[in-house]
Ligand binder design. Structure first.
Ligand SMILES: Cc1cc2nc3c(=O)[nH]c(=O)nc-3n(C[C@H](O)[C@H](O)[C@H](O)COP(=O)(O)OP(=O)(O)OC[C@H]3O[C@@H](n4cnc5c(N)ncnc54)[C@H](O)[C@@H]3O)c2cc1C
Length: 398
């Protein structure tokens, strides 16, 4: 196609994957990232189905395998750290997956594979977009003004660039769960097993081993939408301190480390539904366009596949509007399928009362592991392994 200069907003998973393929197809690509450097936080993320195939084609699958955290599976524990159920890696679609990696390690791998061929602008962002007949005039926060043929936003679920382009047309729908991810020092109770703990009032603490000698912690709690995601990081930390102060188990240890973390990810788990993914010379991909939520276990995979298809369609069409239409047509049915959450998710995994937790733990404890796995599959739609492969990937060539 004639449009050759493409600006991507967001240097996480979707942005660099898109840039990787665009470079392969001969485009000149710039990525602008709001943070001063790559954001490397977060827990393990899965690379499944079609995304695994794309990782192979990108030549990064072995690097991803080499960065495996060594997690053996997930233990469900009570307040005394007694294991109520164990889901070993690979024996269930819930828990530890066959191919997974720390989110930050994947971000770094994608960066290393693109940085020579893609211009990265850190600590900057788009503040205005002015589309004209031949391109888009972009004003950056640092005052610079540059022209690009196309602009793609890949800057996550709370994308401001998306608002500049689409206003409030895309719907960000909360699922009733807040989650936070951060890293804490490893201690004697941490092992190669991840540990999942339910506290009353629909609160969960989930700790996972990493391959860096630390532990990846997360807090999650059910709540009506309260706008907590808009609070400052200090306010979010204070909220978590208050919410989990009496949660029991290792809550005090995790809370004691919270304030030492400079990059605490905190958000209202939500899904993004957008009636269109493009407008004029601008488009979007990744969580900004179609976040399925971490409850599906498919956030990263969907981002990788979406970026691959968008780049491929741009490579094969003369006009960007045809490419954007083909991207939508090829990818939307898959996205729609992945975004379907089973009934009871995420409530089933976050019981409110002591009795509810007792029930959950008793079921997990007493019933045979096969049944446990079935119960586990109710927690998320990770059991949709059939849908992981329901998209036939085009080989766009080169
Ligand atoms: C720090 C962090 C930790 C995470 N941890 C987990 C986890 O543990 N488990 C999980 O399932 N998912 C996690 N996620 C979400 C997960 O990365 C996404 O669901 C998925 O990978 C889709 O990626 P994405 O590239 O579309 O968006 P994201 O991964 O959300 O990345 C968006 C990027 O855009 C940048 N950005 C935001 N606004 C702007 C702007 N205006 N201009 C320029 N850049 C901007 C952000 O700094 C970020 O680098 C995390 C995301 C982040 C940012």
């Amino acid at each position: 196609m004639k449009a050759k200069k493409i600006l991507i907003s967001g240097a996480s998973i979707a942005g660099p994957t898109l840039a990787f393929w665009l470079y392969r197809y001969g485009f000149e690509t710039t990525i602008v990232e709001r943070a001063e450097s790559l954001r490397l936080g977060g827990q393990n993320v899965d690379i499944k189905g079609a995304a695994q195939k794309i990782a192979q084609w990108m030549g990064i699958e072995e690097e991803i395998r080499a960065a495996d955290t060594g997690e053996l599976g997930v233990l469900f524990v009570d307040k005394n750290n007694v294991t109520k159920a164990a889901l070993p890696k690979g024996e269930s679609n819930l828990g530890t997956s066959e191919l997974e990696i720390l989110r930050g390690d994947l971000v770094m791998i994608l960066y290393v594979h693109t940085k020579e061929n893609v211009e990265y602008l850190f600590g900057n962002q788009i503040i205005a977009l002015d589309e004209h007949q031949d391109g888009v005039k972009v004003t950056f926060q640092n005052g610079e003004i540059r022209d690009f043929d196309l602009v793609i936003c890949a800057d996550g679920i709370r994308s401001r660039t998306r608002s500049l382009i689409f206003g409030d047309e895309p719907v960000v729908k909360p699922v009733g769960l807040y989650v936070s991810y951060f890293t804490i020092p490893r201690t004697a109770t941490d092992s190669r097993w991840a540990r999942w703990y339910n506290a009353t009032d629909a609160r969960v603490i989930f700790m996972r081993p990493d391959n860096e000698g630390t532990t990846r912690a997360s807090f999650s709690f059910m709540s009506e939408p309260m706008g907590y995601e808009k609070l400052s990081q200090e306010e979010q930390k204070a909220l978590l301190q208050e919410k989990f102060a009496d949660a029991g188990w290792e809550a005090k240890r995790v809370l004691a480390e919270l304030d030492n973390n400079a990059d605490v990810y905190f958000d209202a788990i939500s899904q993004v539904f957008a009636p269109r993914w493009s407008k004029g010379r601008c488009a979007m991909t990744g969580d900004a366009a179609f976040c399925p939520s971490p409850l599906t276990g498919m956030g990263v995979s969907l981002s990788v596949v979406g970026a691959y298809i968008l780049a491929g369609e741009l490579s094969r069409h003369d006009h960007h509007s045809d490419a954007f239409a083909a991207y939508d047509k090829a990818f939307r049915p898959y996205v729609t399928e992945i975004q379907k959450l089973p009934p009871g998710v995420p409530r089933l995994a976050h019981p409110k009362t002591k009795l509810g937790i007792f029930f959950l733990n008793t079921i997990l404890n007493v019933i045979s592991s096969k049944f446990v796995i079935k119960i586990g599959e109710l927690f998320s739609n990770k059991n949709k392994s059939s849908t992981d492969d329901t998209i036939e990937l085009e080989e766009y060539g080169k």
